[in-house]
Design a protein around this ligand. Structure first.
Ligand code: DOR
Ligand code: ZN
Length: 472
């Protein structure tokens, strides 16, 4: 069709827009999968007459959310989760982009393995995707010249658990990984715990006898020791490091000091560590067993304070499903890991509204977008993602901030079929999720869209993130 007859837009989405310059009523004009314009409400009929219009009214319109910490279990662990089910869980949770972890079978320890995984999921993904490559202690040199198209980040397991591929326990090999990543400009994302201590505790105390003793068997000292080691290595090599699933107040204090000192170290907090405490294990058993362990209410308070104080660079779900049969194994054998991509945004929203009832919802939603869209997009070089602005991908999440609802097993989209949040009354709900201008989730219909998600290219190296926003 000639330019003269081209429709001004394919879709208009109006509501309370959460934009990089603030929250305000307005409309997003979508054309060919991109945001063509962000306008005021009055301009709609003028600029886009007769264009399909999704009017979200008073609901928020967010940039499509980004979960930079998922385990979608493809390939090799599909009995726990697969990309199709996990994609449904993600879009139902308001996510349009994920970054998947390498602890698959085989593990994603090389560019070839990452390319093979990308080929596996192509054509069956509701979400856009990138991958963290696994840092192979036998081949640290891969990080020194890693093609950004493959990955701009690499996962380092400093501790093991049932699905961890190659655990790096040797200080010298760990240092070689930091040195190579610094050369290659690769951001390391780390499971920062020292589990030699946990093994000793198990040897001394015998195998776990009850679920409630799990946290004590995987104490904060393992995480504190590892975080201190990482900070030292960042200081020595200048490597960009992002600590995953920080669980204790002491780690948060250490990382705040390092970030304030200008070191390129950032960290993540999971929805799980914000939503549960070790007391929940009395009731939930292994359903709230995670590595790192979920700790005390005081630790949880510290993590919430870190989120509110701008110390946290990104929230992540650590979506790590196991089957219920695996979770019901004898106490010492039940694997750590909890599904979470579907629950992350609504659970953190609920926590914010319950903890800070006097805070304006616009302030709260802007914080959520900062940590689940703009922040991850910047940390992991995702061009066109994380911000409602012209030229960005038309990834939009319509969120009803006061659509209170109870999460039940019937809502669970993950293949594992269970959620640690069953029975929770959530304060807000994802109504519609749009990726590239197409509806990929409609909550009313409980219907997913077409699996046309793509392997994203890498954007240019970040301009570095400012220390005052919890970023190096
Ligand atoms: O508890 C966990 N389980 N923590 C992780 O870091 C990985 C995850 C998994 O893959 O099961
Ligand atoms: Zn994880």
């Amino acid at each position: 069709m000639g330019e003269l007859n081209r429709k001004p837009a394919d879709l208009v989405v109006s509501g309370r827009l959460v934009t990089p310059t603030g929250v305000r009523p307005g409309a997003v004009l979508v054309s060919a999968g991109r945001i063509a314009a962000v306008t005021g409400l009055t301009a709609i009929d003028e600029v886009a007459p007769g264009v399909p219009h999704l009017d979200a009214g008073d609901a928020y319109v967010l940039p499509g959310l980004i979960d930079s910490h998922v385990h979608f279990r493809t390939p090799g662990l599909e009995h726990k989760e697969d990309w199709e089910h996990a994609g449904r869980a993600a879009v139902a949770g308001g996510f349009t982009t994920v970054i998947d972890m390498p602890n698959t079978r085989p593990p994603g320890l090389s560019p070839e393995a990452i390319a093979a995984k990308a080929a596996l999921v192509a054509g069956s993904s509701l979400v856009d995707y990138r991958f963290h490559m696994g840092a192979d202690p036998d081949r640290p040199e891969l990080l020194a010249d890693l093609d950004p198209a493959i990955a701009t980040s690499a996962k380092v397991f400093m501790a093991g658990h049932q699905t961890a591929p190659t655990v790096v326990r040797d200080a010298e090999r760990l240092e070689k990984i930091f040195a190579a990543a610094a050369v290659g400009g690769v951001r390391l994302v780390l499971h920062a715990e020292r589990d030699t201590l946990f093994t000793m505790l198990d040897d001394w105390r015998g195998r776990l006898r009850d679920h409630h003793a799990y946290e004590r068997s995987r104490p904060r000292s393992g995480g504190i020791a590892a975080v201190a080691e990482v900070i030292e290595l960042v200081h020595r090599h200048g490597t960009q490091a992002h600590i995953l699933h920080v669980s204790s107040a002491e780690e948060a204090d250490l990382l705040a000091a390092a970030s304030d000192a200008g070191l390129p170290v950032t960290y993540e907090v999971t929805g799980h560590h914000l939503s549960f405490t070790d007391q929940d294990t009395l009731r939930t058993g292994a359903r709230t067993r995670l590595s790192p362990a979920i700790r005390s209410a005081a630790d949880q308070d510290r993590l919430w304070a870190a989120l509110r104080g701008g110390e946290v660079a990104a929230l992540g779900s650590d979506h790590a499903p196991h089957t219920m049969a695996e979770k019901l194994l004898p106490v010492p054998d039940a694997p750590p890991g909890i599904p979470g991509v579907q629950e992350l945004a609504v659970a953190v929203w609920t926590g914010m509204r319950r903890r800070w009832p006097d805070e304006s919802s616009d302030v709260a939603i802007a914080r959520l977008v900062d940590h689940l869209a703009a922040g991850p997009a910047e940390l992991f070089r995702l061009p066109g993602k994380g911000r409602l602005e012209p030229g960005a991908d038309a990834d939009l999440t319509v969120f009803g901030p006061d659509d209170s609802w109870m999460l039940s097993a019937y809502d669970v989209q993950s293949k594992c079929g269970w959620s640690a949040y069953e029975g929770w009354t959530m304060a807000g709900r994802v109504r519609t999720t749009i990726r590239a201008g197409e509806v990929v989730w409609d909550a009313n219909e409980q219907k997913a869209g077409s699996p046309t998600g793509r392997w994203l290219p890498a954007g240019p190296p970040g301009r570095g993130l400012t220390a005052d926003s919890g970023r190096a």
